[in-house]
Design a protein around this ligand. Sequence first.
Ligand code: MG
Length: 244
Amino acid sequence: MKKNLLILMLLATTGSIFAQQQMKPEETEDWSKQPPIVNPGRPGQPPSDAIILYRGPQDAVNWVHENGTSIKWITDTSLTVTARSGGIKTVRSFGDCQLHIEWRSPSVVSGTGQGRGNSGVFLMGKYELQVLDSYNNETYYNGQAGSIYKQFIPLVNASRRPGEWQSYDVIFMAPRFNPEGQLLSPAYFTVFHNGVLIQNHVGLRGPTEYIGIPVYKAHEDKLPISLQDHGNPVSFRNIWIREL
Ligand code: MG
């Protein structure tokens, strides 16, 4: 029995090797879809097919407050939270995307835990990638910088010192729902913090909630990205996005 199996395996292997030898190299070449050309730009610059969301005061028009009014945040070379003016969101809506965003918590450290340099990047206005000064600042781990708030602890803490610019590079996949509103696939995040992988294709349990267990509710394919006003003067700059 064992011997027969061995012979069969041997035949199968020699068979596939024989088939390999019969094939031409061209038979496994794929010419079906030429990748479009993208100029990656110089280091630190957005690629040529990116949509610019903020690079300077002229880009303030890309943002409004949650209630639709024009923004009261400080708009110069960076975008800085004006405490208690409310969160802001993009005018345009996005679903699956690659997002680059740089942020800086205040150099003058005040507060502890969640009160220190807190903001957030909300994909689709619902799924928060936490922004926090997590340099020598302990809080619950699924609430520190780079966490998917209260759902996923970052793989490592790649935080820079307060007052230094930091970057998030995000691959986000929007959740999918069927026409009846049932979840087909969850929202996924992959995130690099200062170039270091901190979230590796994590599937969310629902919107990121401050209190309670997350539950999905069907929503649009595309929604604005929002930035949180948590009362701390966190700054953002060089924000660009590529739709996927
Ligand atoms: Mg936050």
